[in-house]
Design a binder for this molecule. Structure first.
Ligand SMILES: C[S@@+](CC[C@H](N)C(=O)[O-])C[C@H]1O[C@@H](n2cnc3c(N)ncnc32)[C@H](O)[C@@H]1O
Ligand SMILES: [Zn+2]
Ligand SMILES: [Zn+2]
Ligand SMILES: [Zn+2]
Ligand SMILES: [Zn+2]
Ligand SMILES: [Zn+2]
Ligand SMILES: [Zn+2]
Length: 452
């Protein structure tokens, strides 16, 4: 049976406070916490190591000043984490899966309370007052994302699953680029879809160990995307083998991090995986093809860290997120694809919400208008932008040029305050307002925890 985690899942993003920066570097020699190697942060009070994934100090208490890390005692105390990270018995989990699968669907079930697959005639304990799924069809066993619930202590960062259309758009882009191998990082539904396609081979890297129960040892790796950490030593071999097998098949990273996750460590992870691939396959040292689903307002951060990655206008829809699906938010989902694949390979011809811009030569949202002055389709947030001749760029339709500020601002503004560099009052991140904050999903009040 799969060992259960005895700690809080790290699906909350890393610290966000705008005064704290992450130093993007290899983390293998950093102190450990239950979520793998910590990251090095630089704040007003100096540099310190803290958890790569937990924003809340209470979820992960490891906090080590950079200079303290040189002390023998501190190092020794930190070693306990090597033993605290649970060992998963992958072989046993896979044997159990096969056993469950061999039964009639009416004898197969999944217990949400215990987070485990079970055989009904063998295990009655779940039938009393546990929350269970029964029966389990072959289809369900092959698509755990269709019935796994968002993790309990993970109300704010629920596991938003791509709408079918968005998932098939991703596979379509890969196909058009003749890419058949996929590293699915935090994208279990793409992994599931790839399993059914003879054209694709994929490996799932995710923090959520529940997925382990549904795959053989070489298909799921317990992983933290914020520090590029594999929790099981032997999994590095599996990853390397998969990279090697991708040599002449084309390999892409498809990643959908928790909303609010920091860009720097994610960009570092993409760089490290790309480096690993080029070393193993003796290929050119460059960033692997990436499809990264993330909110449009992260654009400046992503292009700053990875200039080869550009934001496409496609609005990524989710099945289980009211605001991030069609009709949920006034201007559609704020999530976009960030990719270094050619935009011309993103074919949206069978989606009526998109049109082919004959000047840009790629598909854009029907509400996006090509600006002849900017020479591009300029919408970022889904609204039709308008050109300001003074600023010499397109701006949101809600903006108006202010002579006092010498720039376009919201009509109601206090002159002298620089709107775009103000931080969101909800999450502290720059580039969007509280009303557009992706984390303010009805539960923002609950989220007012102390952040690092
Ligand atoms: C926003 S959901 C994306 C799901 C995706 N849209 C799909 O349909 O498959 C985030 C995913 O990242 C995983 N995740 C969260 N934190 C992670 C971390 N630190 N490292 C790796 N995976 C993580 C979650 O378990 C979840 O599968
Ligand atoms: Zn931690
Ligand atoms: Zn149970
Ligand atoms: Zn255009
Ligand atoms: Zn313009
Ligand atoms: Zn202007
Ligand atoms: Zn003004």
């Amino acid at each position: 049976m799969v060992k259960k985690r005895s700690f809080v899942p790290a699906v909350t993003p890393v610290p966000h406070s705008k005064s704290v920066e992450v130093i993007a570097e290899e983390v293998t020699i950093h102190p450990l916490c239950l979520h793998g190697p910590t990251l090095l942060f630089s704040g007003e009070k100096g540099r310190f190591f803290a958890c790569a994934s937990c924003r809340n100090n209470k979820d992960c208490t490891v906090h080590i000043e950079e200079e303290d890390w040189l002390k023998e005692g501190v190092r020794q105390r930190n070693e306990k984490y090597y033993k605290l990270i649970p060992k998963l018995d992958k072989a046993a989990a896979w044997n159990h899966f096969k056993e469950v699968k061999s039964r009639h669907p009416s004898d197969r079930a999944y217990c949400h309370t215990c987070q485990e697959l079970f055989i009904v005639s063998q295990s009655k304990k779940h039938l009393k007052d546990h929350r269970i799924v029964l029966p389990l069809t072959d289809e369900q066993l092959a698509h755990p994302t269709t019935f796994l619930l968002p993790l309990e202590n993970d109300q704010n960062e629920a596991q938003y699953i791509f709408a079918k259309k968005s998932a098939s758009t991703i596979l379509g882009i890969l196909k058009n680029n003749k890419i058949s191998n996929i590293l699915c990082i935090g994208t279990p539904s793409i992994h599931e879809a790839a399993q059914e396609h003879p054209d694709f081979d994929s490996l799932l890297l995710d923090y959520d160990t529940r997925h382990l129960q549904f795959y053989p040892g070489n298909k799921f790796l317990w992983y933290n995307m914020f520090n590029n950490y594999l929790f099981q030593n032997e999994d590095e071999k599996v990853l390397k083998k998969f990279l090697k097998s991708s040599k002449n098949k084309g390999l892409a990273i498809v990643i959908d991090p928790p909303f609010g996750g920091r860009v720097e460590p994610l960009a570092q992870t993409i760089k490290e995986l790309s480096k690993m691939y080029s070393t193993i396959c003796e290929s050119e040292d460059k960033i692997l093809p990436v499809i990264w689903a993330f909110p449009y307002f992260a654009e400046p951060y992503i292009t700053n860290m990875l200039p080869e990655i550009k934001m496409h206008d496609y609005q990524v829809d989710y099945q289980n997120h009211k605001k991030f699906q069609k009709g949920g938010r006034k201007f559609g989902s704020p999530v976009r694809f960030f990719t270094n694949l050619p935009f011309s390979t993103i074919d949206l011809s069978n989606d009526s919400s998109y049109k082919l811009c004959d000047k840009c030569k790629y598909w854009v949202s029907t509400s996006n208008v090509h600006c002849n002055k900017c020479r591009e389709c300029t919408s970022k947030n889904g609204m039709t932008y308008k050109h300001c001749n003074v600023c010499k760029r397109c701006v949101k339709p809600t903006f108006k040029h202010c002579d006092a500020c010498e720039r376009c601002c919201l009509e109601k503004h206090v002159c002298g305050t620089v709107v775009e560099s103000q931080s969101c009052y909800n999450c502290n991140e720059k580039g969007h307002k509280k009303s557009e904050c992706p984390q303010k999903d009805g539960s923002s009040a609950k989220k007012k925890r102390k952040s690092k």
